[in-house]
Design a binder for this molecule. Structure first.
Ligand SMILES: NC(=O)c1ccc[n+]([C@@H]2O[C@H](COP(=O)([O-])OP(=O)(O)OC[C@H]3O[C@@H](n4cnc5c(N)ncnc54)[C@H](OP(=O)(O)O)[C@@H]3O)[C@@H](O)[C@H]2O)c1
Length: 292
């Protein structure tokens, strides 16, 4: 089986690559990584040529412009990557008969009444969420053999990483104050667990929309305190605040998060809660001597 990961230089893409033990082809766009191929999903011809040459059986697409506030102020640039780019890959996947696995987000929901199961009606609040939803509907129309995997609050070890826990560890060790919203709820998801579950799902016969997230819905402050407890940090640098105070460009779904209602019953690999995920992350960092 030939497996292609578009966006293997990113956080989720790199964990997927690890889940396949490197037995896959991966791409980067702006952050060159040895062994990965350059590919910009905005370039339809390049995407078609690359996929026609490789003829993968399975394509993962975690590539995205995932900076939510940037998307809010750069609508056409976000559209090019997050909508047109997805159409380019989905069409190329259809042409070679590949199975297509796209990564979407809990931000397709409005955060009035989360956590949301797969059957809930999307109603995005911001540009990023609207573009993710538009991409989903393009995929549904373009090819049958697809998975749309919605994720939320992914954390884990990431070299030079900016995910919530990596930022928290960085701030905490430097004793820098960190504003953490108490009114944003989500379902923290351990990246390596996400990759293992999505791999299993991709290799199954299932199609359609799946939520793949940790089983506990919690607010960011509660998760931050838990991370401090696991990593042995004094939580004094955490400053609880409201989302409004952060003056972010894009509105956030507050009561967000997802329920992995479908995947739990289908697969052998369990979805890990935040305590287990953080412990595994810490163990990995201790192994690689990265906790100092
Ligand atoms: N992380 C989360 O908590 C979270 C939550 C909800 C949904 N998601 C979704 O999950 C997916 C993966 O997120 P992530 O955290 O791994 O994001 P990430 O770390 O920002 O990685 C994004 C990837 O997309 C690539 N990329 C960006 N623009 C591209 C372009 N024009 N052409 C080709 N590749 C391009 C990047 O390549 P370069 O870096 O080489 O440019 C990188 O490999 C995204 O679809 C995101 O929307 C993530």
């Amino acid at each position: 089986m030939r497996v292609l990961i578009i966006g293997a230089s990113g956080f989720v893409g790199s964990r997927l690559q690890a889940a396949f033990l490197g037995n896959c082809v991966g791409t980067y766009c702006t952050h060159a990584v040895p062994g990965l191929h350059p590919l910009d999903v905005r370039d339809a011809d390049a995407v078609r040529r690359f996929i026609a040459d490789l003829t993968p059986n399975l394509i993962f697409h975690p590539a995205a412009q995932a900076h939510v506030d940037w998307c809010e102020t750069h609508v056409s640039e976000s559209f090019e990557v997050n909508v047109r780019g997805v159409r380019n890959v989905a069409q190329a996947a259809r042409e070679v008969g590949a199975r297509y696995v796209y990564f979407s987000s809990d931000y397709v929901f409005n955060g009035a009444a989360g956590p949301y199961a797969e059957g809930a009606t999307p109603d995005p609040l911001n540009v990023y969420g609207r573009h993710k939803l538009e991409a989903e509907s393009i995929i549904v129309k373009c090819l049958d053999n697809h998975l749309i995997v919605r994720v939320c609050g992914v954390y884990g070890y990431q070299r030079d990483g900016k995910n919530f826990v990596m930022s928290l560890l960085d701030r905490g060790r430097r004793g820098e104050l960190m504003n953490v919203p108490c009114d944003q709820w989500g379902t923290p998801t351990y990246a390596d667990n996400l990759a293992a579950v999505v791999k299993e799902l991709a290799l199954s016969i299932h199609r359609g929309v799946f939520h793949v997230v940790g089983p506990e819905c919690m607010d960011r402050m509660a998760f931050a305190r838990l991370a401090c407890a696991v990593f042995g940090l004094d939580p004094g640098f955490l400053r609880p605040c409201g989302t409004e105070e952060l003056r972010q460009a894009a509105p956030r779904p507050l009561r967000g998060g997802l329920v992995a209602a479908k995947v739990g019953a289908l697969l052998a690999i369990p979805l890990l809660g935040p305590h287990q995920g953080l412990e595994l992350m810490k163990r990995q960092m201790v192994r690689e001597d990265l906790t100092q």
